[in-house]
Design a protein around this ligand. Structure first.
Ligand SMILES: Cc1cc2nc3c(=O)[nH]c(=O)nc-3n(C[C@H](O)[C@H](O)[C@H](O)COP(=O)(O)O)c2cc1C
Length: 386
């Protein structure tokens, strides 16, 4: 499908986002200092007159790498059933995600959450991936997808959507006394569809082998100045910084605010040799060790459409896990395509895709106490009328 030329030309200005008011029924608030407000704004947007905005208010809650929220939603005024999804090219992770594979997965999760939210109100949303062609080796200004809403009554709700407000990436140690039941893997596998394949294990030997690769890969990233530096640059230290830029890695909350205000937690302290770096290593050593099970998604090919599909199914598996009371935490280091990661990348592929293909996602799975949501930019800051 080819986009009208007018939309194509506008892509060049994609970075200059402005909020476009939506008239009388406006319920989505303007930029707010509460970085968690978008989690309340999503259900509140049910009163918005534009069905695209109603679904987008949920879509911005999708999981995505380093919480960069790389989505831009264009709403063509002349085509009220269409959303053009683009990538904000400034929100990519060029060191750890050199081919924008993970960023594309996040955009796939966004599109699927849009579809589920639309279905909840009875509207189908069909997705046309990369309507102007698949960019390679990196994304470019062309659209990532066209999302087209159907008429009222064109879809029925998907039970997975019920869990969208409680879905999390749970970055915590899991309960090692509670194994994941075999039946849970079957339920999670049901959330996945072609071209994506599901894999999962709670078998102690296999879990131990995967944990060893994941932990070594994590150390490679933490020890690589460029890769670790990419994360450190995206840290938002303290509530004020998180409120100003509610994307990236938010370091905030009880106990931390005081340490940040006292200058004990700084960007420098997060570099090798610093106190923050040591705390991070201790935290992750304990966290990655406390992993009773893993799940993973693979695809035979690794084209952009496959990456979007992997994002779709990561979101679906994350919701299905939430429904079962299970916590899920992506651990992507071994899947990353930068040079220093070659060894762990080969090993994880030999273990999980021995017949060929790409491991698109790997996650820790288990039981954990609930964690709070992560910050988001308000939906209106990520969309514009064209
Ligand atoms: C493609 C992809 C890769 C990710 N990789 C990691 C990872 O390696 N480590 C991690 O802690 N979280 C990872 N995440 C989770 C994100 O950090 C998380 O989705 C984001 O911070 C938003 O938080 P939420 O999912 O709880 O809403 C990844 C998410 C996606 C979609």
């Amino acid at each position: 499908m080819t986009l009208p030329r007018r939309l194509v030309l506008r892509a060049a200005g994609a970075a200059a986002l402005t909020f476009a008011p939506f008239g009388g029924g406006q319920v989505v608030r303007a930029a707010t200092p509460d970085p968690l407000a978008p989690w309340d704004a999503a259900p509140a947007a049910a009163a918005h007159p534009d069905p695209r905005v109603r679904a987008l208010a949920w879509a911005v809650l999708a999981p995505n790498p380093h919480n960069r929220q790389p989505w831009i939603a264009e709403l063509p005024a002349a085509m009220p059933e269409i959303v053009v999804l683009r990538c904000d090219l400034d929100r990519r992770l060029p060191v750890t995600d050199p081919f924008d594979r993970q960023i594309t997965i996040g955009l796939g999760a966004f599109a699927e959450l849009f579809r589920l939210a639309a279905a909840e109100t009875g509207r189908a949303a069909t997705l046309v991936p990369f309507p102007e062609g698949e960019p390679a080796p990196r994304l470019d200004a062309r659209p990532v997808a066209l999302l087209r809403l159907g008429a009222p009554g064109s879809a029925v709700p998907d039970p997975l959507f019920t869990h969208a407000g409680r879905r999390r990436s749970t970055k915590r140690p899991f309960d090692m006394d509670r194994p994941v039941p075999d039946a849970a893997f079957a339920t999670l596998a049901d959330a996945v569809a072609a071209p994506v394949r599901f894999g999962g294990t709670g078998a102690p030997m296999q879990v131990a082998a995967l944990r060893e690769i994941a932990w070594r890969a994590w150390q490679v990233e933490a020890g690589d100045p460029a890769a670790h530096g990419e994360s450190v640059a995206l840290m938002r230290l303290g509530r004020a910084a998180v409120a100003t830029s509610p994307d990236g890695i938010s370091v905030w909350g009880p106990g931390l605010e005081e340490a940040i205000a006292a200058g004990q937690v700084t960007r420098d302290s997060m570099l090798p040799g610093g106190a923050g770096y040591r705390v991070m290593i201790e935290r992750y050593t304990a966290m990655l060790a406390a992993t009773p099970a893993y799940l993973w998604l693979t695809t035979d090919g690794n084209d952009r459409a496959a990456q979007l599909a992997a994002g779709r199914d990561w979101l679906r598996v994350n919701l299905a896990a939430t429904a079962l009371g299970l916590a899920l935490h992506p651990v992507s280091q071994a899947l990353q395509e930068f040079d220093a990661m070659r060894g762990p990348y080969r090993e994880i592929h030999a273990a999980l895709a021995p017949g060929g293909g790409t491991v698109q996602m790997l996650g820790r799975l288990g039981y954990a106490a609930p964690v709070p949501p992560t910050p988001r930019w308000p939906v209106e800051s990520r969309m514009r009328v064209v």
